[in-house]
Design a protein around this ligand. Structure first.
Ligand SMILES: [Zn+2]
Length: 143
């Protein structure tokens, strides 16, 4: 069923265009320019999952913060659609991701879907100001 969705930005809607019944990718714009925004996969009032990420247009940097799919909706491709939807908003950006950690579900997910970039965040100064990356992850080797 997810295969029927076009993940392209032209097909993503904002909250004011959400309708009651359709399967939709809903764009939640960030509160500040380089802050963390999200795309949710929803059917009517049910949210299947959400991807959170930050884009900085001037610096062409994209940082993937998290992907979450409700446990009962996993293994049906929702996560893959969310990743494709985020990637489609920033095709020519330099993508990095937060450290992967040990969670076997996350490790398996990214092995299947394919990472958008290294699990080693490389935020620009705007993204650091917007606190996109938690302080502890700044100690990885991105400089
Ligand atoms: Zn920037």
């Amino acid at each position: 069923m997810w295969a029927m969705i076009d993940p392209g930005p032209a097909r993503q809607v904002t909250e004011d265009h959400v309708d009651e019944y359709g399967l939709r990718l809903v764009l939640l714009r960030p509160p500040t320019a380089a802050g963390i925004g999200a795309i949710q996969l929803r059917m009517g009032h049910t949210t299947f999952g959400e991807i959170r990420f930050s884009l900085c247009g001037p610096d062409r940097r994209a940082v993937l913060v998290s992907v979450e799919v409700e446990e009962k909706h996993r293994r049906r491709g929702a996560g893959r659609i969310l990743v494709a939807a985020a990637r489609a908003r920033a095709t020519r950006y330099h993508w990095t991701m937060l450290p992967l950690g040990e969670d076997p579900v996350a490790v398996a997910f990214w092995a299947t879907v394919g990472a958008l970039g290294p699990h080693n965040p490389h935020p620009c100064t705007h993204q650091i100001d917007a606190q996109v990356v938690p302080a502890e992850s700044r100690w990885t080797q991105w400089w």
